[in-house]
Design a protein around this ligand. Structure first.
Ligand SMILES: Nc1ncnc2c1ncn2[C@@H]1O[C@H](COP(=O)(O)OP(=O)(O)O)[C@@H](O)[C@H]1O
Ligand SMILES: [Mg+2]
Length: 281
């Protein structure tokens, strides 16, 4: 019983992903002799099963933080841990979805979805059966033999979602995954993602520059400051009931209230970010 309680407390308190005091410095793109500190002293923790969105102005360092969590980029200072273990190299408990399509154009939708399982050594027949299941789950049953160029933008996103989730990652990292879609398709995909997430709750780190999207999807919204030296400057629990319809929830009075609160923090940063872009920064 003692052991059970200790184990229970451990899973309750150990974040799925913890970025602690992260600083990330690059050689400046304009002048390679200069250093640019994109992220300074940023701490971000995501509990198992929690859906967290990170918002901030364009160029502030959102993708940098996500890439650090993915293990694609090593921070200049600070630590990353995954379920309490320090991260070394790629984060193998995480699946990723990026803004750009990561589908292999020479493979059918089915082959794209099963590729990860095949790579992990799952037998082809088993991988195929699971991939067919996942295509159905994202509404693409019967489209398995289509190639990416034969699919619409929204359908390609569905394939990408199946491709990521079929590996059953404990952590899902998404970097503005729907921002290239038109608003209707985007809302369909957001609802689709929430439905899948509700069925098997994973820790999600969702990057977006769209505050409406962040609030509609998340348990918690973290606001980043404008760069240089970006770090969280605000954190808001989103206490809207689930299940949510991302289009309908926007007219809920509590949504409007949260939006006003968060925008109060985000607005100045967006203005700063915009002025930096005008200045060529
Ligand atoms: N590899 C790199 N080399 C130099 N500068 C970089 C590199 N990656 C990102 N940056 C800079 O760091 C800042 C944050 O970038 P990024 O994380 O992509 O922002 P966001 O995703 O919020 O738009 C930007 O100023 C960008 O130019
Ligand atoms: Mg980015």
């Amino acid at each position: 019983m003692q052991g059970f309680t200790a184990q229970f407390q451990k899973t309750m308190t150990v974040p799925a992903l913890a970025l602690e005091n992260i600083t990330c410095t690059f050689a400046s793109r304009e002048d390679r002799s200069q250093r640019y500190t994109a992220v300074a002293n940023a701490t971000l923790r995501i509990a198992p099963g929690e859906f967290v969105s990170v918002v901030g102005p364009t160029g502030c360092g959102k993708s940098t933080l996500l890439n650090i969590g993915a293990g694609l980029l090593a921070p200049s200072a600070g630590t990353v841990s995954v379920f309490g273990e320090p991260l070394a190299g790629l984060n193998r408990r995480a699946g990723y979805m990026f803004q750009a399509d990561a589908l292999m154009p020479w493979k059918s939708a089915l082959d794209n979805v099963m590729a990860g399982l095949a790579f992990r050594g799952v037998a082809a027949s088993e991988a195929r059966a699971q991939a067919e299941e996942w295509l159905k789950r994202v509404g693409l049953g019967g489209f398995g033999d289509r190639y990416p160029h034969q699919l619409s933008g929204g359908m390609r996103k569905r394939v990408a979602m199946a491709q990521t989730l079929i590996l059953d990652p404990d952590i899902v990292l998404m970097d503005e995954p729907f921002s290239a879609l038109d608003i209707q398709t985007r809302q369909l995909m957001e609802n689709e993602l929430l439905g899948l997430w509700a069925a098997r709750r994973k820790a999600v780190l969702f990057i977006t520059h769209d505050l409406d999207e962040a609030i509609a999807m998340s348990d918690r919204v973290v606001v980043l400051s404008a760069g240089p030296g970006t770090h969280p400057i605000g954190e808001f629990a989103i206490d809207l009931a689930r299940p949510r319809d991302v289009a309908e929830v926007r007219s809920h009075p509590r949504f409007v209230e949260l939006h006003a609160q968060i925008w109060g923090v985000l607005r100045d940063e967006v203005l700063k970010g915009y002025q930096q872009q005008l200045a060529g920064g």
